[in-house]
Design a protein. Structure first.
Ligand code: NOJ
Length: 596
């Protein structure tokens, strides 16, 4: 086994601080490979395409790349249905190209995280094929098989997260298997120690290849209450709520600690392990990210990205800013002393932030910058999702044919075909929050197919690519891209932003997002008008003296808080105390003012 724990040459120069782990200063970037860059003209992004774009990511200031799954897969769920955990899907390349990618990432002083999907596998994984082959298979118990008392009814009332029952009947054995996601994603049975050992062995294998950590897919679903009890009835559906029985289950912490011992221990200093943990509370997250617990370094929580869900994600509601602030403010407070936050608006499961809560019409650029500013000025590790840095918007999803995601398609089929809902109303309810929104190809240039591919892309490029693309924005010092690059630079050069305490104030205000940061004797005030109407600035916010402007999304914002009266639509300002500002901007005193 290669022990890289002492290999300082591996440390990217921008984050060699002695205070705390490297990832406390890092900015991560998520690549959803099929939509990132096609290099071989088949309309699907691939690993060579990622290699070709690494210089861009380095230029942007990225420290660590999270690569969504690239393993062999039937691709029923964009690769989150893995049929071989130790190889690369030919769609994306080969193991050799992967190794070239890893070397190229490291050469540029960046790091790479693999996406590990082990709550479930594909039903085409040899483990499942073996498990399914006979009730006597030695691997039968690697998955959740159950006989139902009344064979016509599934063993319990849980609903799959992709519509329908969470159980699939197997004719050959007369038993059902559990799948919390698609029928082609059977849940692995972590109660079985052989399953756990196989997973740990696979993770060690990737570490030996040289990867720098993992993003662990729905990792808080791995421990289920073994009796799999019925969930409480949920209004308007024939299903019960199984979440309390499969989320943050009784053995979760034991399993995470075991995984840490078996895989991570001894290399903690160089690795980053981030868990995706839907439905987790601040208490759960604090426990999982407490360094003394040896479980995870940080988690992706979901509270803020479900704040505009009504009954569910197909029932979108307008954002109430006060709720968003209360939520993120609570997470900041809860993980202030113990644990660590990850910060995100976007990923491959979320709609684009500028369309979701910003204004993707008249104020597109300003509102995209405002959301970037707000996120990046929190304490935690920010994750930029491909295309977010240029303010990519939701596409126009006209008919069901424009939706490619299994979650969207299953929902439509259930609502319209099984329950007889109105097709147009169903589509209207799906458009704002469908995962398809985040999956259109990256808009690199104004050339054919946005420079993503020479062939017809697997999913249509957003029609606005001639207006929004990387090439144009690289030439423009006022672009959304330039603003994101500046935000990343601010974090890298400022202890105040990376490490300082973080408090949200004015929580009841429905337009202003206000953050106070402080570190040693330095302070920052971040104030953003997250609305299209002008917003008067309360007197108390204009009082702090000795603060100077370091970032704005307007060319003529006031130099000090005292100069603020009314913030214009989506105006977002960062003020810092004088010395912090000078350090952050890397400028001599007297030239601390800079704008993007
Ligand atoms: C979370 C992933 O982010 C999502 O894309 C996937 O569908 C589910 N987990 C199931 O793996």
């Amino acid at each position: 086994m290669i022990d890289r724990s002492m290999d300082a040459s591996h440390m990217p120069p921008s984050i060699t601080s002695t205070e705390g782990p490297w990832w406390k200063r890092a900015v991560a970037y998520q690549i959803y490979p099929r939509s990132f860059q096609d290099s071989n003209g088949d309309g699907v992004g691939d690993l060579q395409g990622v290699i070709d774009r690494l210089d861009y990511l380095k230029w942007l200031g990225v420290d660590v790349i999270w690569l969504s799954p690239i393993y062999p897969s039937p691709q029923s769920d964009g690769g989150y249905d893995v049929s071989d955990y130790r190889d690369i899907d030919p769609l994306f390349g080969t193991l050799q190209v992967f190794q070239e990618l890893l070397a190229a990432v490291h050469e540029r002083g960046m790091r790479l995280l693999m996406d590990i999907v082990v709550n479930h596998s594909s039903d085409e994984h040899p483990w499942f094929l073996d498990s399914k082959s006979s009730v006597n298979s030695p691997r039968r118990n690697w998955y959740w098989w159950r006989t139902s008392p009344t064979a016509a009814e599934p063993p319990n009332n849980w609903e799959s997260r992709f519509s329908g029952s969470a159980w699939e009947f197997d004719n050959a054995s007369g038993q059902y298997y559990l799948h919390l996601f698609a029928t082609k994603q059977p849940d692995l049975n972590w109660e079985n120690p052989l399953v756990r050992e196989a997973v740990y062995d696979m993770m060690r294998w990737w570490l030996e290849l040289g990867v720098d950590g993992f993003r662990m897919d729905v990792i808080n679903f791995i421990s289920k209450v073994p009796e799999l009890p019925d969930g409480a009835p949920t209004d308007g559906t024939p299903y019960g709520d199984g979440k309390p029985y499969y989320t943050n289950g009784p053995r979760l912490h034991e399993f995470l600690q075991e995984m840490h011992r078996e895989v991570v221990a001894g290399r903690d200093a160089v690795l980053l392990i981030v868990g995706e943990t839907p439905q987790s509370t601040t208490e759960d997250a604090r426990r999982m990210t407490d360094p003394d617990a040896h479980e995870l370094d940080m988690v992706f929580q979901f509270e803020h990205v479900t704040i505009d869900h009504g009954q569910n994600k197909w029932d979108p509601q307008p954002l109430r800013l006060s709720r968003l602030k209360r939520s993120l403010g609570k997470w900041q407070e809860a993980l202030a002393e113990t644990g660590w936050n990850s910060l995100y608006w976007n990923n491959h499961d979320q709609p684009r932030i500028v369309s979701r809560w910003g204004d993707d019409g008249v104020h597109r650029q300003t509102s995209a910058k405002a959301f970037g500013t707000v996120l990046h000025m929190h304490r935690g590790t920010p994750y930029v999702y491909q295309g977010e840095e240029i303010g990519m918007t939701n596409p126009t999803l006209t008919s069901i044919a424009d939706f490619t995601d299994i979650q969207s398609r299953n929902h439509y089929a259930e609502a319209v075909e099984q329950l007889g809902a109105d097709p147009e109303k169903t589509l209207t309810s799906m458009r704002p929050l469908a995962r398809d929104n985040g999956r259109t190809p990256v808009q690199w240039s104004s050339e054919t197919n946005a420079g993503f591919s020479d062939a017809v892309p697997w999913m249509a490029v957003n029609a606005n690519y001639t207006l929004i693309n990387v090439d144009d924005q690289r030439q423009d010092r006022n672009s959304v891209l330039a603003h994101y690059r500046e935000l990343i630079r601010l974090r890298h050069s400022s202890d105040l932003i990376a490490l300082g305490s973080c408090r949200l104030t004015h929580l009841d205000h429905e337009q202003l997002y206000v953050i106070e940061r402080s570190y040693q004797r330095e302070q920052a005030l971040i104030i953003a008008n997250l609305s299209t109407d002008p917003a008067d600035v309360p007197d108390d916010l204009r009082r702090p003296a000795e603060l100077t402007l370091v970032s704005s999304n307007y060319p003529d914002s006031p130099d000090t808080p005292a100069g603020m009266r009314t913030l214009r639509p989506w105006e977002a300002l960062v003020f810092m105390s004088y010395h912090a500002a000078a350090t952050a901007l890397g400028a001599g005193e007297g030239t601390v003012r800079r704008r993007s």
